[in-house]
Write a protein that binds this ligand. Structure first.
Ligand SMILES: [Zn+2]
Length: 233
C-alpha cells in the first residue's frame, strides 16, 4: 500500500514538472481578440458591380432591406388578375413589386414590375406586427402553387436573375432573401420552392474573372452564378 502512495506522489511531481497539471500561474501571453476569429462579411462592404438593371425605377430608391418571395398558390395568374384579387381584399392594388409568370396568364418566366416598384412604395404582401417586411421588403411573386408543383425552369432562371440584380443594387445579403413563411405562419411560397438556392444567387462581372454559369438575358459581359452560402453575404 505504501508503495502505491509513493508511486502516485511521484506521478504528481512528474506531472507538475511537465506542465500537464493545472497551474495558477498566468502565462502573460496576449489574448487573441475575439473578432479576429469571426469571419468578416466579404461581399457586404464591396461596391456593387456595374450590372445592367432593366428594372431600375425612375423614382428615388426606397430603403430596401429584404427580398420576400411568394407564390400565387394558383395554377394561373397575371398582373391584372392578382391586381383585381387584391383590390377585392380592400388593398390599393396588387401587393407585390414583381410578378413572374408561368405561361398561364403571363409568359413563362416573364418578369413584370408593378406600380409599387415603379413608384418605390411599400408592399402589401408580408404583414408582420411592426410591418417591417411590407415597409422594407421587395415582394416578388411567382405564379404557381409550389406546394403541389415545381417552378418552371424559365421561372427559376428569371427569379435568380431578378434576385441577383436586386441584391447587387441594394447591397442585400443572402440572409436578407426570405420566404413569406419566414415572416408569418403560411406555407407560401410552398415546400417545392428552392429559397436557399435562389437566395445565394449573385451577379459578378465576367471581366473580373469570376467563374459561374451564364444565365440568358443578361448583357454578354455579365453573368449570374450560384455560389456557396459561405461566400455570399
Ligand atoms: Zn406569400
Amino acid at each position: 500500500m505504501f508503495k502505491w502512495f509513493s508511486f502516485i506522489g511521484l506521478l504528481m511531481v512528474a506531472g507538475l514538472l511537465a506542465g500537464c497539471l493545472p497551474s495558477p500561474v498566468h502565462t502573460g501571453g496576449r489574448l487573441t481578440p475575439l473578432q479576429t476569429l469571426v469571419p468578416q462579411p466579404a461581399f457586404r462592404s464591396a461596391p456593387p458591380v456595374a450590372v445592367h438593371n432593366p428594372w431600375k425605377p425612375d423614382a428615388l430608391p426606397r430603403d430596401w432591406r429584404y427580398i420576400v418571395l411568394h407564390h400565387t398558390a394558383s395554377s394561373a395568374g397575371s398582373i391584372e388578375s392578382v391586381h383585381e384579387a387584391h383590390i377585392g381584399r380592400g388593398w390599393d392594388g396588387i401587393g407585390y413589386h414583381f410578378l413572374i409568370g408561368n405561361g398561364n396568364g403571363m409568359g413563362d418566366g416573364e418578369i413584370q414590375p408593378t406600380f409599387r416598384w415603379r413608384e418605390q412604395i411599400h408592399g402589401a404582401h408580408a404583414k408582420s406586427p411592426n410591418n417591417e417586411y411590407n415597409e422594407h421588403g421587395i415582394g416578388i411573386c411567382l405564379v404557381g402553387n409550389f406546394e403541389e408543383t415545381q417552378p418552371s425552369a424559365a421561372q427559376l432562371s428569371s427569379v435568380k436573375r431578378l434576385v441577383g440584380v436586386l441584391k447587387n443594387e441594394y447591397r442585400l445579403t443572402a440572409g436578407q432573401v426570405i420566404g413569406h413563411r419566414d415572416v408569418k405562419a403560411t406555407a407560401c411560397p410552398g415546400k417545392n420552392f428552392p429559397i436557399g438556392e435562389i437566395s445565394q444567387t449573385a451577379v459578378f462581372s465576367v471581366l473580373a474573372g469570376q467563374p459561374g454559369n451564364y444565365v440568358t438575358g443578361l448583357p454578354s459581359e455579365f453573368q449570374i452564378v450560384t455560389v456557396e452560402r459561405s461566400n455570399v453575404r
